[in-house]
Design a protein around this ligand. Structure first.
Ligand code: URP
Ligand code: ZN
Ligand code: ZN
Length: 461
């Protein structure tokens, strides 16, 4: 099968030019001006950006959490991702305490197998890692293409691991080409603050944010970086939400320490005031780390511009307002943590980044696709438009506007965090390994089109 994309403005992390692209089967085979080869299908991309498919390095599909399960499974969640211009997700498989990460990986493969609209890879959430099972990490890295592991400093009794486990995991991962991704928040102190709030009768959703100070995140980031430095390993801090934590990453990077971090659209476009919505409305925005004071947002954008933040992922972890968020109606600490976002990332970042003049279009591609591909061992197969790369391509209308809404989105969740927000920049057509799966905003793919992607070793410097 040959497909020709004509007249598009090809934008990568470093290029910006008008040319044609010939795709043969799953790969890009030729890029050039005025290509005349015969093709089975031709797509006119005049006046459109032609960008590498988005890579969302942080999703939670079909994940048991907070007494329920995230509302998108691999079918609905990856279809929604495709609508939004994302062609690869890296989802978090989760180890049950005491069980092996090998078994956890099998469980996640079974959840995703035959269901996804787009390609997918896994990180592994490690909830315990005694010395004798470290070798399982090597097996995941060497044989299974799972080269990154998330550890939690938060959620005591559920996901939290102690500093010795983190240090052990970091040392071992670094030695074998793996990477530790850190949920950096001092969960023990937060628990104490939560207990105090509940004892004082503070049960409303806004107390989720009020009991998780920015300093608890900054302390976590600082500790994660110090542990990584002692272990001689890089560290990647997930869902960084605030300036206090960013300062720790900036400081480390200025000192030449390989600290990396991502933020998410919710921390760039939403703020604490959403937690104070009428009645129980604030529950929609209960996520961890919590939404912060608005003053953090421009600091995060500066971090993106200066490359102290390298990636924007979503932390897509949706729970329906009705029935699921309801679990915490009388106690904010029982509201399942997480929100939807896998579909809205590319348009939000294009609108709030490029249209608003905060970043240029190359940086837009870099933070949404190229950098996650490079950091997580998918580059150059993914994350760019180049001869030999997978033909994961988004044809993006940079002028078109749309209004984000639960009425029109494709995520399996009954609200949209950005309800009524107008954004400029819309994904119109999406190719996943050469196959059109979104055609003029309509899904034309099938469950099972997506393939598991083994990732290569990670040696960040
Ligand atoms: O609220 C969130 N972020 N839920 C998902 C779990 C996590 O910590 O990433
Ligand atoms: Zn987390
Ligand atoms: Zn997460």
């Amino acid at each position: 099968m040959k497909t020709l994309i004509k007249n598009g403005r090809i934008v990568t992390a470093v290029d910006d030019y008008v040319a044609d692209i010939l795709i043969e089967d799953e790969k890009i085979s030729v890029i050039g001006a005025n290509l005349t080869m015969e093709a089975d299908a031709t797509i006119d991309a005049k006046d459109r950006l032609v960008v590498p498919g988005g890579i969302d390095a942080h999703t939670h599909m079909d994940m048991p959490f907070g007494g329920t399960t995230s509302a998108d499974d691999f079918e609905t969640g990856t279809r929604a991702a495709a609508h939004g211009g994302t062609t690869t997700i890296i989802d978090f498989a989760i180890q049950n305490k005491g069980d092996s990460i090998i078994n956890a990986l099998d469980v996640w493969h079974a959840k995703a197998q035959g269901k996804t609209a787009i390609d997918y890879a896994f990180h592994m959430i490690v909830t315990d890692m005694p010395r004798e099972r470290l070798v399982d990490m090597k097996r995941l890295i060497d044989d299974e293409g799972v080269t990154s592991f998330k550890m939690f400093m938060a959620y005591p009794g559920v996901l939290l691991v102690d500093d010795a486990t983190i240090f052990r995991g970091m040392s071992y991962a670094a030695e074998h080409g793996g990477l530790i991704c850190m949920h950096a928040e001092n969960g023990m102190v937060i628990n104490e603050i939560v207990e105090r709030a509940l004892a004082a009768g503070h049960t409303a959703p806004k107390y989720h944010a009020l009991t998780r100070p920015t300093l608890a995140e900054a302390e976590g980031a600082n500790r994660a970086i110090a542990l990584a430095e002692m272990a001689g390993s890089p560290v990647y801090i997930v869902h960084l939400s605030c300036y206090d934590a960013l300062k720790k990453v900036q400081e480390a990077r200025d000192a030449g320490i390989p600290a990396y971090a991502e933020t998410c659209p919710q921390y760039l476009f939403l703020d604490y005031s959403y937690m104070e919505g009428e009645g129980f409305e604030g529950a929609k925005y209960v996520m961890t780390p919590p939404l912060r004071d608005k003053s953090n947002q421009e600091k995060l954008w500066t971090g993106i511009r200066m490359n102290d933040l390298q990636v924007i992922s979503t932390d897509h972890c949706p729970f329906c307002f009705k029935d699921q968020k309801e679990l915490g109606r009388d106690d904010f600490s029982k509201i399942p943590n997480g929100g939807p976002g896998v579909e809205t990332r590319m348009s939000l970042i294009y609108n709030g980044g490029v249209v608003a003049g905060r970043i240029n279009v190359n940086r837009f591609v870099e933070i949404t696709s190229t950098a996650p591909a490079k950091i997580f061992g998918l580059f150059p197969r993914k994350g760019t438009i180049a001869v030999g790369s997978d033909a994961d391509i988004v044809i993006f209308n940079p002028e078109k506007k749309m209004t984000l809404s639960a009425k029109t989105h494709h995520m399996n969740v009954d609200y949209n965090c950005y309800e009524g927000m107008e954004v400029q920049g819309v994904t119109e057509t999406v190719l996943s390994r050469g196959k059109v799966i979104i055609d003029k905003q309509n899904y034309v793919g099938h469950a099972g089109d997506g393939k598991f992607q083994k990732r290569s070793l990670i040696h960040l410097k």
